[in-house]
Write a protein of this length. Structure first.
Lengths: 304, 304
DNA sequence: TAACATAATCGGAAATACTAATTGAACAAA
DNA sequence: TTTGTTCAATTAGTATTTCCGATTATGTTA
């Protein structure tokens, strides 16, 4: 069996892939440019194939190079996890944990979650990143985040998940508009263009539309908002109705408004909340514990 | 960030774990005993924790040590896969592939499979190991096998799987016994102790009993056979009836006998065949291709 | 053309990995 | 008790590898 590539050389390759420049990559690795350069050559020799095409002056990763980067990333992440695991003496709820969360969940979950974690697992150092689903999945894959809280269903791209619970949608509108409506609200009771939603980047939009069977409805106003809070403002100004998740209502997003929350029609007018992690992780027990913590904070926990 | 442990030292640890003796482990690694010894110490220092308890003379892996071994195994397997992948230029259907299969599938699948693979992927070097489900799962975990063909359902122990297809059970008995029976055969038509099964080590037994709703039936003879072929012999000698999977019948296990195959009662009198692989693998595309090949050879393919 | 930027190459220095030999401790046999 | 054996740790010296600084080759920009 030929000799295994060294983790060091693999990390050089990753740095090069990230910076696309030998000097900057070398700096990032705290080695000289010559070291990194020969490290890469070394790696190519050991693997017996070309990883980057040298085009004088510049270079380009080959298809194989990209593939190797992908796999090397996984190996290095696992090794870092091993190191971390050993150094923290196997205390699974201690040390750093980098969590990503979408904007339609974060403000209504993370406050309580950090409070709970601080009480139950004071040595856990939670860092939080709020971003869209696609960006978070990318960061997870790159090893820059450990775990994500997303709304399901979503293309997991090979990641694994715990389903944490269900979060019902409510149809929110000004109390004066709600008076003449019967629950569950049939959308044909509403005027055209009277339902406001978030920008399509937010998965909440898609989930609400499909869960509430609203596809292509003329009821939807083409103007889109950028946050739940602005949706609430618009509804409170009497512009129309909107969908707000129960989590947000429970955390008081409607307080101080004249809005009421009604049950929308649609079989299962809700979204699921899931915890997503790399299939290659070896911190499953940590994530499982975290999943249990989060599930307890959801309107309808259903963690198996 | 502290320095990552080297793959070399991790492999020393694995060897030590396997051989439970510094000298033999060192030999296996082609290094001197002193090298391995200091490698382990080095590792303990880097990880900042004790991996083995030295009890003068002898030693014992600590709980943490066992955990680290587990994770190290995964890292080394991934790295080997990376090396192999690169060296074979990404040709996913070339080079060595170590497959495990249970005894109630192997004789009726692997002949056709090797023939098919030789024709379609001549450079694939398939090695085959036939063993029980639990042993195969152990070998898979240890990285000694790449992929398993098992009968489902089975506790996957965190592994991943493709469902390849369905394999119906048939109730097989001597033609003279079958004459007075109506299909699907109700078991109360049969005398007590007239159904013969395999030893309980074979998952086929459990699958047949549950699929055919036979639990605790007095119809089952307490004598158990060790192979499908001996079951067939016993049935042909007129001792009673038995369950034989369709795969085996299709490959002619009944030829030269006076046995007939009848449809048993029971909602879904069949087992599923699945391809099992480590969740941490990066040879999924290879396994997927293999899964497609195998599925085509099954009585009822249902690979999604 | 001159000045600059980038990656490869080269020679020597520093760090490391490795071995053989030795030590010390436990144990078994004489 | 003595002797011999086994096993892991230690030591000291050697070999190997890794790394850096300087230099080169090549192309780009001013």
């Amino acid at each position: 069996m030929s000799k295994l590539p060294s983790l060091k050389n693999l990390s050089y390759l990753l740095a090069l892939h990230q910076h696309q420049n030998f000097n900057r990559a070398a700096q990032a690795c705290n080695v000289s440019q010559s070291t990194l350069s020969s490290g890469i050559q070394n790696l190519e020799e050991q693997l017996g194939c070309q990883l980057i095409e040298r085009d004088h002056k510049s270079f380009l990763f080959t298809g194989m190079g990209e593939e190797v980067v992908e796999q090397a990333r996984q190996i290095l992440t696992s090794t870092e996890e091993l190191l971390y695991f050993a150094q923290s003496q196997g205390k699974i709820m201690e040390g750093p944990l980098r969590l990503g969360c979408i904007p339609t969940i974060a403000p209504f979950l993370l406050g309580d979650l950090t409070k709970k974690l601080k009480a139950e697992h004071p040595k856990l150092q939670l860092s939080i990143r709020e971003d869209t689903t696609v960006n978070l999945l990318h960061l997870l894959r790159n090893g820059e985040l450990d775990v994500l809280v997303l709304a399901l269903p979503v293309d997991l791209q090979g990641n694994q998940s715990y389903v944490l619970g269900r979060d019902p949608f409510k149809l929110v509108m000004h109390s004066s508009l709600a008076e003449k409506l019967a629950e569950p609200v049939q959308y044909n009771q509403l005027p055209d263009n009277s339902i406001f939603l978030l920008e399509k980047e937010h998965c909440l939009t898609g989930h609400a539309v499909s869960a509430c069977e609203l596809a292509d409805s003329s009821k939807i106003n083409p103007f889109t908002a950028t946050s739940l809070h602005s949706l609430v403002q618009m509804a409170d100004a009497g512009l129309g109705a909107t969908f707000i998740p129960q989590m947000a209502i429970d955390r008081g997003i409607l307080s101080g408004t004249d809005l009421v929350a009604l049950q929308p029609s649609g079989q299962q007018a809700s979204r699921e909340i899931g915890l997503i992690y790399r299939p290659t992780t070896n911190r499953r027990t940590t994530f499982r514990k975290l999943a249990e913590c989060i599930a307890q904070l959801l309107p309808e926990p259903l963690l198996k």
